[in-house]
Write a protein that binds this ligand. Structure first.
Ligand code: ATP
Ligand code: MG
Length: 280
């Protein structure tokens, strides 16, 4: 370390690392949000087409039954459009960057809603196993960011469709609430497994047809966010069988007087301490 400028103290360097980690989270969030807006705008447009077609149908047909049917379809489509706008705004809104007691099941449902059409398009059967868990202190939009990153990775690992299991469960032994995203996709070879949390590590050739993927920042942001939350992220994978990410979030935060950014530094562990396991 002696070649580093002596004018920087260890604390200052730690602060800089923390600030950069925070910037990475923010940048990845902005890009993920942009990708999501692309997908949902497309869906929104499809809904508008439905509304327009049924409106024309209703105008053409004079009989009450046909008009009622058209109005019902228009109402259903508009309700879905309203729900999409609500969810995107929910994501985009800067929910307080504070730790607040949060029901993770709601974050899961919101994320699944946003990705529902995309999962259908890629023929992915989503199985939600949501157990009753207590509210835990999290920065809600950061945890949602983690969830979206993991779900999109899982979807991209199954280009020809497959199964995706999302589980929320309490682990009383570790005093954590666990969020598990399990896919039955291509899996990750052992040599890549060590690098997947590194910034810019990607095996994708740029964005896919939905405009997602390829920067290699998704899991790096997940890792930072989980560290800020004093949690752990673990991955198990077998080539050809699939991958399982487990996020363990503590039910109670160890309170410090530091801001969450500084907490990230204090909790920073060497990468090897993130349990990375291969095989099921
Ligand atoms: N569920 C998964 N199945 C198989 N490989 C995965 C999975 N999740 C991540 N990977 C591998 O880890 C790499 C890094 O993932 P990461 O999410 O950080 O970046 P990315 O998906 O390539 O790009 P983006 O920044 O858009 O998320 C991926 O390129 C892929 O090789
Ligand atoms: Mg990704």
């Amino acid at each position: 370390m002696s070649e580093l400028s002596p004018s920087f103290t260890v604390e200052q360097l730690q602060e800089q690392i923390a600030s950069l980690q925070q910037q990475l989270i923010e940048a990845q969030r902005a890009s993920a949000l942009g990708e999501l807006v692309g997908t949902t705008t497309h869906e929104f447009n499809n809904i508008l087409m439905t509304v327009m077609n049924y409106a024309k149908l209703g105008l053409r047909h004079q009989d009450q039954a046909a008009r009622d049917r058209a109005f019902t379809k228009i109402l259903q489509a508009s309700e879905r459009a309203a729900e999409i706008t609500r969810s995107v705004l929910g994501m985009a809104r800067n929910r307080k960057p504070n730790f607040e007691p949060t029901q993770l099941a709601e974050l899961i449902r919101e994320a699944m809603f946003l990705l529902e059409k995309e999962m259908q398009k890629y023929r992915i059967a989503v199985e939600l196993e949501i157990h009753e868990v207590p509210k835990i202190p999290v920065i809600a939009n950061q945890i949602q960011q983690v969830l979206l990153n993991l779900l999109i990775n899982a979807r991209q690992a199954m280009p020809n469709g497959g199964r995706l299991v999302v589980r929320l469960i309490q682990d009383t032994a570790t005093q954590t609430v666990d969020l598990i995203v399990r896919d039955f996709g291509v899996g990750i070879p052992a040599e890549s497994l060590k690098r997947i949390f590194d910034s810019y590590y990607t095996t994708k050739r740029g964005p896919d047809a939905t405009g997602k993927g390829g920067t290699g920042l998704g899991l790096a942001a997940c890792r930072n966010i989980v560290q800020v939350h004093q949690g752990k992220i673990r991955v198990e994978s077998t080539v050809g069988k699939g991958t399982c990410f487990t996020i363990k979030l503590p039910m109670q935060r160890v309170e410090t007087s530091e801001t969450p950014i500084a907490v990230a530094v204090m909790d920073r562990q060497p990468p090897t301490s993130i349990p990375v396991e291969n095989g099921f």
